[in-house]
Design a binder for this molecule. Structure first.
Ligand SMILES: [Zn+2]
Length: 138
């Protein structure tokens, strides 16, 4: 079933990140893992930033991490976010991967703090696409 447009996409879907977005359709958070050194990276790139290898595979994150930093938006970034203010934009350090810019949802902004544990929650975005967001861990 098609979802209503709830969020605008943060980026264009193109060759490099197509697998990431395909994962988002299937509610699987996928990152590139370097086949040479094992570094897991985001955003997607052709070359490993650690060892410059061109070889990689896509691996699924467990979707658990810690809030590294965050801000509370009290004015909408654009029209698509108008209905959601105030909302939290955060940098989450994933246990099994890179840092990830996302939203913390399903709580009051005042409940969010640095070093807090969070877990993945998929939010319908547009069409059959979901966006990876995070909620406070139970
Ligand atoms: Zn590497």
């Amino acid at each position: 079933m098609m979802n209503e447009i709830k969020y605008t996409l943060p980026t264009k879907i193109q060759d490099d990140n197509a697998a990431f977005w395909e994962g988002c359709k299937n509610q699987r958070l996928l990152f590139q893992k370097c086949s040479e050194c094992g570094h897991i990276r985001y955003p997607a790139s052709v070359v490993c930033p650690e060892c410059l290898s061109l070889e990689n595979e896509w691996v699924e994150s467990k979707g658990e991490g810690t809030v590294y930093s965050y801000v509370v938006f009290r004015r909408p970034f654009d029209n698509s976010t108008k209905e959601r203010i105030p909302y939290v934009v955060a940098v989450v350090e994933l246990d099994d991967g890179p840092t990830f810019r996302t939203n913390i949802v399903d709580c009051e902004p005042e409940q969010v703090a640095c070093d807090m544990r969070v877990s993945l929650k998929w939010e319908p975005a547009v069409g059959d696409l979901y966006l990876p967001m995070f909620k406070l861990a139970e």
